[in-house]
Design a protein around this ligand. Sequence first.
Ligand code: A2P
Length: 273
Amino acid sequence: MSTASAQNTAAPQTFPIPANVHAETVVSVKHYTDRLFSFRITRPQSLRFRSGEFVMIGLPNAERPVFRAYSIASPAWDDELEFFSIKVPDGPLTQHLQKIQPGDTVLMRPKPTGTLVLDALTPAKRLFMISTGTGIAPFASLLRDPDTYEKFEHAYLTHTCRDVAELAYGKELVASLSQDPLIGEFAAGRVTLYNSTTRETSPCMGRITALIGSGKFYSDLGIEPLNPETDRVMICGSMQMLKDVKELVESLGFVEGSLANPASFVVERAFVG
Ligand code: A2P
């Protein structure tokens, strides 16, 4: 005499995979804070991309799934794809995406694109990658790509977050470079991570715009100021952050580049929502 069989017997509703979309399998998920997580999915064999590009990601949870742009955080040679995501409580995609588990399906549109690519920059000595929040993702890809070290002598990655816990992904990334069997020998001694926080006390506090503007960034690292003769800059963060950092580097003489017209800096908006 049981009524249990009457409860929740309906299978979860399933929707057909839309045409021209890859259905990939979640391999692993890592939660960093209540706002940030990373995940890895299988890579479609046909997918080719440049390190630093983004793809459109969705879930098979509706007839017409919501897709959002996600920078691929893994390098072009990796046989899995890694992403670093924010969790927005009411975000049309991330309120569901933050619950994915290994074995689940993630949808991906097939055409990678983006401006944060090495080919959009002319050659120089130093590469500065300026990021806030999940804007670090494309740089996680580029720092694991041997081409970055072919093209530049030294890479400086700046990552600014609200609090210290949000910096963990970038710290792990940079620490892992020297252990990486493919990248270790290229990256050794050639990557500098510069962290700051804006809402929690830490050894280095402030927005990167303020830290560069005051010169603290240069004195902390003991390096020459940004100079378009010797340096290239890639920028990824929120809309306002992009605008402010772009204005800053333009005031220093940097010129925005693209694949069609490579120059001295490039920008890309980090995913939100
Ligand atoms: P702040 O705490 O002063 O807003 P978020 O998580 O909201 O995307 O922010 C990530 C980091 O980017 C925070 O440390 C935030 O600082 C910083 N930030 C926000 N707007 C700008 C901006 N216009 N220029 C530089 N940094 C910014």
